[in-house]
Design a protein around this ligand. Structure first.
Ligand SMILES: Cc1cc2nc3c(=O)[nH]c(=O)nc-3n(C[C@H](O)[C@H](O)[C@H](O)COP(=O)(O)O)c2cc1C
Length: 221
């Protein structure tokens, strides 16, 4: 697979098939992805891989916590202020995703049901939680983004799909109860990994990208 094919065929999948992913495949993905660049090669990340009973235990614990009224409390600001044009892009994505799922504006139960599917890793057989030591600098957040991209692209090489999930940071307290995540590690995001049919709802969602002039500034003289 060409790198461009991996990049362009990667989309966030939000409906996975139950087909299992062998541990050896997950290992191959991580063994390659760990070669992502990081500032001074500090490799600030840690990946908690859950599969089988552990994957379900984590999902069940978060669902039970939510049902018991535990409030979300992210370890960090997933989004900053609602400024344009970024907020507009966010709204466009939400409309497209919920529209495709037939969830209309004001349908709070439907919206909630879909949001909760995050915590089932959208039924993917493998769920990863990526953390880093909270004493790192801002440069290390960039490093972890680089790891995320490498994992998602390697998944494509293995014929698999992913969904990056900041939603998990909201329930880092539950994750700390279920996985050996120490207090000094910040829960950055989860990654759902598995087999997905890109043609089923809502996987066929293809969010657009801004035109070059909105993203790139050239300096030539
Ligand atoms: C760090 C990060 C966190 C994300 N968190 C979530 C999430 O919690 N739930 C979700 O459904 N999608 C999540 N996404 C997926 C984005 O919505 C998606 O990448 C964006 O809409 C572009 O779509 P694409 O990935 O299909 O190209 C996240 C993406 C990134 C990079």
């Amino acid at each position: 697979m060409k790198v461009s094919e991996a990049i362009l065929s990667r989309r966030s999948m939000r409906a996975f098939k139950p087909d299992p992913v062998p541990e050896a495949t997950v290992r191959r993905i991580l063994d390659v992805a760990k070669h992502a660049a990081s500032n001074t090669n500090c490799q600030p990340w840690r990946v908690y891989v859950t599969m089988g009973a552990a994957r379900h235990r984590v999902s069940n614990a978060i669902m039970a916590a939510i049902a018991a009224g535990e409030a979300p409390s992210s370890d960090y600001h997933v989004h900053g202020e609602p400024i344009e044009p970024y907020r507009g892009r966010q709204v466009t994505l939400g409309k497209a995703l919920y529209g495709m799922l037939g969830i209309v504006k004001g349908d709070t139960a439907g919206t909630m049901r879909q949001a909760l599917r995050n915590f089932l890793f959208f039924d993917a057989p493998v769920g990863m939680i990526v953390t880093m030591d909270r004493r790192h600098g801002e440069g290390q957040w960039i490093d972890c983004g680089s790891l995320l991209a490498s994992i998602m692209l390697m998944a494509r090489e293995e014929g698999l799909h992913t969904c990056p999930q900041a939603a998990f940071s909201n329930y880092h307290k539950v994750l700390r109860r279920e996985l050996p995540i120490p207090d000094n590690e910040i829960v950055l995001f989860g990654i759902a990994l598995g087999h997905a049919d890109p043609q089923v709802v809502p996987n066929m969602l293809v969010p657009g990208r801004a035109a070059e002039e909105e993203l790139v500034t050239w300096a030539r003289e």
